[in-house]
Design a protein around this ligand. Structure first.
Ligand code: ADP
Ligand code: MG
Ligand code: ZN
Length: 549
């Protein structure tokens, strides 16, 4: 299954727009020309099918640096890949030859120049090459700036080997496309994939969680009689939400991977057949669903990544008629997703990529401008403001939150980076709870400096700080918030931060805030670090020891 490989080998939770169709066509052995923007994810479209097919996939790539990157990444994921180029050492080449001989190699990268060498064709025949992938296929076009004469040999090679060929490029103009088809496919007509990624009929909207169950019930009630999906992070929540919807007079069923296969098939069947049924589901729901008139998709919890988000909302409005979406997210979601990544089995480079993908989703959730612009730009496509998202409907209110962010960072630092958002907010708002008093945090210089904002507003500030990766929960400290290097320039007063005002944040009475000495806090940061390091080294004090001011 392509989605299993996607998860197990690449660690991705969903295909990007367009990828799945291309992967399926290439895996089925069809000739393919795929046009996708830069950064859209073309490599995966030939790498994944290579693992699904017998034999070796030959990848023609114009640059040694590109080949090195891709082969390195594949090997790191446990895929047998190698390159034969002038830039690789003899030892590296020997390794590739031996993997070719014992039939273990799945992807063989080569520069087009190599095709001119006499021994290459017999070598590829012996190796059992069963498919060719051409990356940067516009290099075959004499019109572009990247013309590489040796790309012209590929057509010949394809004929000689008699295997399917898949060509990939980001250059979409008709002339180049025509040339690629003529020169690489030799008169055969490939299946062409040239889709914009946009689904303009889908309305995009996000909201901070503020009583999520009521928010979802309201959203569904406003669309009564229409088929919709509510995605939930847990199995339990699919059940409680379905029950709540039914109690509110909205016919709903739940769906998750823990249900018997029989029950799942029945739920899928009912959803396909019945009008106006709601499914409260985990992400297990949707793969096999082919219902064109799903009118809305809501996320009761933050999805895993931008890719998952787009795949899940993309199930709405396949008939092209207007469809609505609403994605809820809160501080807890961000904490949960961050710890899931940190506690996962993946290695560090994959973890940091996962954090990056989560950051991209959070950037979308708290974006100040048009959602669709942010979303499509992530997939490499540029567009004008869409006129069909919550922010195009009504631009959000922004405010200069630099001081608020500095106060929050200081409160985290001064309490030793050992506490979660609730406690940090208690310190900021001057709430002398038992826990605050027990730790002496009512004596901190940051105690009460944030009385100008309500607790709800502080939740919004900290959520957006998490979203911008200014602070992160540390799984080794039960999710306590710790500041990241990105926060240092803010603490030092070198960058300002503008945040969205949560429309939902509840207002509180506003006593005068206490002043705070900011420079002192910036210094405190490095002083604390140095002290912790020095003490740890000198006395072997465990890293979790908290130092008072
Ligand atoms: P292109 O060749 O189209 O410019 P790449 O193949 O280099 O794009 O992919 C761009 C980035 O997108 C890479 O970092 C890749 O790991 C990432 N990527 C590709 N597909 C997915 C996916 N389904 N989910 C998450 N990330 C993806
Ligand atoms: Mg590429
Ligand atoms: Zn918009």
């Amino acid at each position: 299954m392509p989605t299993d490989l996607l998860r197990e080998v690449w660690g991705f939770d969903a295909f990007r727009p367009g990828q799945q169709e291309i992967v399926e066509a290439v895996a089925a052995g069809r000739d393919v020309l795929a046009i996708m923007p830069t950064g859209g994810g073309k490599s995966l479209c030939f790498q994944l099918p290579a693992l699904m097919r017998d034999g070796v996939t030959l990848v023609i790539s114009p640059l040694i640096a590109l080949m090195r990157d891709q082969v390195g990444a594949l090997k790191a994921s446990g895929v047998a890949a190698g390159a034969l180029t002038s830039g690789h050492t003899e030892a590296e080449s020997d390794e590739v030859f031996s993997a070719l001989r014992d039939g273990s190699l799945k992807l063989l990268y080569m520069a087009p120049e190599r095709l001119a060498a006499g021994g290459t064709l017999p070598l590829l025949r012996r190796a059992g090459v069963s498919a060719i992938a051409v990356d940067e296929a516009h290099c075959v076009s004499a019109w572009g700036h990247d013309f590489r004469p040796d790309y012209l040999r590929i057509g010949e090679l394809r004929r000689a080997l008699g295997v399917p060929l898949a060509a990939f490029t980001a250059t979409a103009d008709a002339e180049t496309r025509g040339e690629i088809i003529a020169r690489l496919f030799d008169g055969a007509v490939p299946q062409v994939f040239l889709h914009g990624f946009d689904r303009p009929n889908i309305h995009l909207a996000f909201a901070a969680k503020d009583g999520p169950r009521a928010q979802i019930l309201d959203f569904a009630a406003a669309r009564a009689g229409q088929s919709g999906i509510v995605y939930c992070a847990t199995r339990a929540r699919t059940e409680t939400l379905a029950a709540a919807l039914n109690a509110a007079g909205q016919p709903a069923i739940s769906y998750h991977g823990g249900m018997e296969a029989e029950a799942r098939r029945e739920a899928e069947g009912r959803f396909q057949r019945e009008d106006g049924l709601i499914v409260a589901a985990t992400v297990a729901f949707g793969m096999g669903i082919d219902k064109p008139d799903i009118r809305w998709v809501a996320h009761a919890d933050l999805p895993k990544s931008i890719e998952s988000y787009y795949q899940e909302i993309g199930r709405a409005g396949r008939d092209g008629a207007p469809a609505e979406t609403l994605t809820l997210f809160g501080t807890d979601d961000i904490r949960l997703r961050r710890s899931q990544i940190d506690e996962g089995l993946a290695d560090d480079s994959r973890k940091s990529a996962d954090h990056g993908r989560l950051n991209a989703l959070l950037g979308l959730a708290d974006a100040p401008g048009c959602r669709r612009q942010v979303l499509l730009r992530y997939f490499g496509e540029d567009t004008a403001p869409c006129g069909n998202c919550d922010h195009c409907d009504r631009p959000p209110e922004l405010w200069d939150a630099t001081e608020a962010v500095r106060k929050a960072l200081s409160a985290m630092l001064r309490s030793g980076e050992w506490f979660g958002a609730g406690h940090v907010i208690d310190i900021l708002t001057g709430s002398a709870t038992e826990k605050v008093k027990a730790r002496g945090h009512d004596q901190l210089p940051t105690f009460g400096v944030g009385r100008d904002l309500s607790k709800g507003e502080w939740q919004g500030v900290i959520r957006q700080m998490l979203g911008r990766d200014l602070c992160r929960p540390d799984p080794e400290r039960h999710g306590a918030l710790r500041i990241t290097p990105d926060a240092h320039p803010v603490l030092r007063g070198e960058t300002s931060v503008s945040l969205k005002r949560d429309a939902l944040a509840k207002r509180a009475p506003r006593p005068e805030p206490r002043a705070m000495v900011a420079e002192e806090d910036a210094g405190l940061l490095s002083a604390l670090k140095a002290r912790r390091r020095a003490l740890a080294e000198a006395q072997r004090v465990p890293a979790y020891v908290v130092f008072p001011d």
